[in-house]
Design a protein. Structure first.
Lengths: 92, 144
């Protein structure tokens, strides 16, 4: 690692530490991420979906569109491997 | 093409383990409603059981039972199930992926969403299973 790479890395580390000091506390219940829609998920999951596991109901129901995208990405990766790797009948 | 190992210990242990792995995979997929688990994890375990059989019993034998083409087909069917779980509610008056409009009679909307999650997780499991077995076969250069 050259000396200027080390300097750039140290600067970015300092920048991240500086930005991190501005984040809300991890147990802060008034943080924006906790006050928006998360409490609705936690309170309504069982009434909405009869699913005790909130993670599953968010993954597959409330955010089902995201999971559909993820699944398509996995299938696309597999198809790309089929297309890119040389097949036996093309090998000489 | 990998040849069969012809080691009775390896073959016996894999043949003994695989049914338990596959039952556990189904458990992980269906248990996603109540604890850790779901389609992604269960599909990986299912694919791992198939890879174990391909490694221990040899691919020539295993490809007759579950060919690489079948693996790709399974993955495609999985994404089809997921997409249909989104499109069928649209045909019955809901929005995309709104499982409460799935046409299953005799269930309340919350129970319909419960079963919609199960359908979707099964689709995800099929995609992960098929894709991983496809990757395994093609990376070893042993596709049919």
């Amino acid at each position: 690692m050259s000396w200027y790479t080390a300097i750039v890395l140290a600067l970015f580390f300092g920048l991240l530490v500086y930005a991190e000091s501005d984040l809300p506390d991890s147990r802060d219940t008034s943080a924006p991420a906790r006050t928006h829609i998360a409490s609705r998920y936690i309170e309504q999951t069982y009434a909405d979906t009869r699913t005790p596991n909130i993670v599953t109901s968010v993954l597959a129901d409330y955010r089902g569109y995201d999971t559909l995208g993820e699944t398509v990405v996995i299938l696309t990766a597999g198809l790309a491997v089929i297309l890119i790797l040389p097949r036996k009948d093309r090998r000489r | 093409m990998r040849e069969r190992l012809e080691n009775p210990v390896v073959e016996g242990v894999s043949k003994f383990l695989v049914p338990f792995m596959q039952i556990f995979a189904l458990y992980v997929i269906t248990h996603g409603h109540y604890g850790p688990g779901g389609g992604f994890q269960g599909g990986v375990i299912l694919a791992a059981s198939m890879m174990l059989l391909r490694l221990s019993l040899g691919e020539e034998y295993e490809h007759r039972r579950f060919s690489p083409t079948a693996a790709t087909f399974v993955a495609a069917v999985g994404i089809l199930i997921y997409a249909l779980a989104g499109l069928v509610p649209m045909a019955f008056g809901g929005r995309f992926l709104d499982y409460a409009y799935l046409p299953i009679p005799g269930l309340s909307s919350a129970e319909l969403r419960y079963h919609g999650i199960l359908i979707v997780e099964s689709g995800v499991g099929l995609v992960v299973w098929g894709t991983l077995v496809t990757l395994f076969d093609h990376l070893l250069g042993s596709e049919a």
